[in-house]
Design a protein around this ligand. Structure first.
Ligand code: ACO
Ligand code: V55
Length: 280
């Protein structure tokens, strides 16, 4: 089902299917490189999807041969070079807003489906997504050094979070490309599958998440993101508070149901499958 009552539609395509919102960067003739107009559209699309019940899990992918060829070198860089500082910052801000802030704090699970080329600026939305599945054939490149620039925006910061320092140094300094299999070995994506299986495997993963308690999922991902930047000493108190918060918010009362199903009904064994979700 195409989403005609949503923002976007020019540079971004949104489709809904069984709780999954498929968000496709849609400039295949430009290898889905990210222009100011595409960035502005993505800000609107993510803002709308966050409160749209048709979106229980979000998948980000690219139309055609590319996931995304990075920032639009013509429209994002050259065309804005002569603009006043505040206008350049406005353009950079909408880029960072969706690629980093909105995606990394998105209140529903997010999966990057890397169908092809992934360069430079595209590493930010890739790493901001909770999970990532790549085509084995996809090619990744941190190409900035070859342009005589550094991976700016949020790219370097994202890379050091997702890669070992050795690999971040290696691929940033050499700009050597790597494929989906190597990306999986390095842990920058969860797994790589043949391109012919990419959509099927991504759908399977997304459906697994659609079936889970959304409050518990949101708290889990928020906890992981927060633990990346808080001291160990504070994490005990933080996670305790987060657990209490979840019990307050969870209208399914999943915790009680899980305990009842395991201890009383004996209908649920965590090693043998997921618990039953009864709405309170
Ligand atoms: N910015 C602007 N235009 C781009 C970009 C980009 N990042 N990537 C591709 N395009 C354009 C090309 O200029 C071309 O436009 P045209 O048809 O008007 O001439 C069109 O997209 C198709 O690109 P081709 O290069 O012809 O496609 P091909 O399939 O042969 O190659 C590839 C694909 C390998 C992705 C190549 O386009 C490429 O290397 N792109 C740049 C990758 C890159 O280094 N990105 C920038 C990283 S730095 C950063 O993001 C900050
Ligand atoms: C990049 C650089 C940027 C940016 C977003 O290297 C991405 C990628 C220098 O600014 O705003």
């Amino acid at each position: 089902m195409a989403a005609d009552n949503l923002p976007g539609g020019k540079n971004v395509k949104v489709e809904f299917e069984d709780g999954i919102a498929w968000v496709t960067l849609n400039r295949p003739e430009k290898r889905n490189c990210m222009s100011p107009a595409l960035n502005d559209e993505m800000v609107q699309v993510l803002d709308a999807l966050e409160i749209d019940d048709r979106c229980k899990v979000l998948v980000l992918t690219g139309a055609g041969e590319a996931f995304s060829a990075g920032m639009d070198l013509r429209e994002f860089f050259r065309a804005t070079d002569g603009l006043p500082y505040v206008q350049q910052m406005r353009v950079r801000r909408s880029s960072a807003t969706w690629q980093w802030q909105q995606l990394s704090h998105f209140m529903k699970p997010t999966i990057a489906m890397v169908n092809g080329w992934c360069f430079g600026g595209a590493f930010t939305p890739l790493i901001s997504c909770d999970l990532a599945i790549a085509a084995e054939e996809a090619q990744f490149g941190i190409s900035e050094v070859n342009w005589g620039i550094i991976p700016g925006g949020q790219v370097t910061r994202s890379l050091v979070q997702a890669m070992s320092v050795r690999n971040a140094m290696y691929y940033t300094m050499t700009a050597e490309t790597f494929d989906g299999k190597q990306a999986a070995q390095m842990g920058i994506v969860n797994e790589a599958v043949p391109k012919a299986k990419l959509r099927e495997r991504t759908t399977q993963l997304a459906k697994m998440l659609v079936a889970k308690n959304p409050h518990a999922l949101r708290a889990c991902k928020e906890a992981i993101r927060s633990c990346l930047s808080i001291p160990f000493e504070a994490s005990g108190d933080y996670l305790g508070a987060k657990s209490s918060q979840l019990r307050l918010i969870d209208d399914e009362n999943g915790r009680n149901q899980g305990l009842t199903q395991f201890l009383d009904e004996k209908s649920y064994r965590p090693g043998l499958g997921a618990m039953r979700r009864d709405k309170e």
